[in-house]
Design a protein. Sequence first.
Length: 707
Amino acid sequence: MKTPESNSAPVPRTANYEALGGIARAMSSEPDLTSILCAVTAHLRFQVNIAFSALMLHEPGSERLKLYLYDAPDVLQRISPEEDICDQGPSDWVWERREPVRYSFAEARARFPSLASLFEAHRLKSFWLLPLTTARGPAGALLLGSVDGDALAGEKARFLECVAAQLAVALDGFLGCDHARELQEKLTKERDHLRTVLEVTSAIVSKLDMQALLEAVSAAIRRVLGQAFTGLLLEDPTSHELLLLAEDNANLKSAQVVRTVRLSDQTPAATAYRKAQPVVVNSNEIKRLAPEYNVMRQLLEAGGRCICSVPLKLHDRVLGTLNVTLTDKDTFADDEVRLLAEIAGQVAIAVDNVRAYQEITALRDKLTREKLYLEEEIRTDYNFEEIVGESAALKHVLRQVETVAESDSTVLILGETGTGKELIARAIHNLSRRRSRTFVKLNCAAIPTGLLESELFGHERGAFTGAITQKMGRFELAHQGTLLLDEVGDISLELQPKLLRAVQEREFERLGSTRTIQVDVRLVVATNRDLGRMMADRQFRTDLYYRLNVFPIVVPPLRDRVEDIPLLVRHFTQKYAQRMNRGIESIPTETMQALTRWSWPGNVRELENLIERAVILSRGAVLNVPLTELIVADAVDSRASETPHPSPPSFGDRSLEVTEREHILRVLRESNGLVAGPRGAAARLGMKRTTLLSRMRRMGIRPHEEV
């Protein structure tokens, strides 16, 4: 390499001025760098006997010059960006000092071995490498070759430096335009990118429905990527599959779309979920997967040419995948994949918000239903926290309750109507670990068969005529609590298989839904029917009976716990006297004995109803029990069952009429034979004076004589 000559050269001669003027005019009129280089070479061939010229440009991001194009006689070659025939790079002298460098043929061939054959073909003997420096810094270099060893020396060298200066100005203009164009394209892409992300963010803020959210996201994606359709797959925590919760694909609206993807599949969505990274597949890969996976076949039939599945990552979790399928091109650019990754991050936040909103809404609805249900229960007449009685039969039942309460086993409560089976069920719930949760009851005999399934398992909107809203069933309402199915023997045979599945698997589907709901429910069932006989008569399924009959409890009838009757009479008297603001202080002994001797076919419910009527009828401090109603009720029952009953029921050796006569006589003695007035017997018995006198005449009672 020879020492560069000084740039402080005298002004070129007149011919050189004319050549520079022609070169300047050519540079201003030519449309591109190739044409400019050809025009420059043509002038130089005439002026300084140039046989070869080449343009080298600065490679961005490096201190390197790369051959762009060259011009030799009958040869004009533009070098592709991937091709680099400048093996050793630019001269350090040109790059660092920005001064011209002259080469001999041997030096040039060693510097540019890839051009050696070209140099030899044109018999080149000397070369000049002239820096092209613009206001923005080094832009490139002009490489010139001549067949004359001294052609580029002296005055000609200074002329070539002026040419290089003019070429640098032209190069600066072209590079500035290219740079501005690239910058404009980049800014346009960034603007579209930011606009798309902003649209997705706006959709996230305003949409609380998965389908509406996806449609908004899909519209934003189409404006950037062109023809595309999207799908949203989320992991189902119960089945551990990816479920298609929303889609925006007009081509698949009439098709039976595959809505589940196994996590072990080799589909793009499953792979992106497992690896937590975007996955892109082209049409060849889609065709390869189509025979094995129906979802890929459907996407192929819908016109899909390229698929990008992006994981929905939220913190350290992957919620599912956002899947975009292109129909008008075969690949995704890197910046498009990055855009989808950003959109997926926003969608993951939206999905988490939608799920949280749905959970909060479901809990709020459940609490509302529980509140209404419990308020309704509070309005009932039963005292759920007390079971009155001290008989051995009742204590045996309570010991059974205490034994089974801590477990979650199913309990079957058997007993006649009115024995208090519901109170036993509540006692089981209150002693269990579920006491802080809801106790839900359902009387299966009080609901028509056609509506019982909806009451048990709920229904979706539109499941049947009149189903205008979604409804939660009793099983779902009692989640983590206790469910009492009263009168379970009245459930139809058609519904019993579904009840069996719910009892056995703790899962069911709402009417009109295909989604399986799993619940954690403690089941207690009660009935006054003989399930064993019903099973023998094929009115009750055997498998359901054995599933329910895990821990049977038989509640004794009131006639088997006679010693509890006085306690119950006093309890109900106090309860209704306080409710009605009555001052009842005593219960006649004869009345209590009569009540104790009665058989009570309606059990505790019948006794409670009788005491409530007695409190209503009592006007004084003494409880006036209408014992004659028991005779009428027994007579009605006897006629209904066509059983002969020639005489009133007997309480031991005395009839009810004798007992009532003795009660009236006792009250007359206490009132000193006075019938009327505030201290008279009529007021004490809670009767009208005329009614008492009529009964006394019928019984042959004369007040003053008896006293």
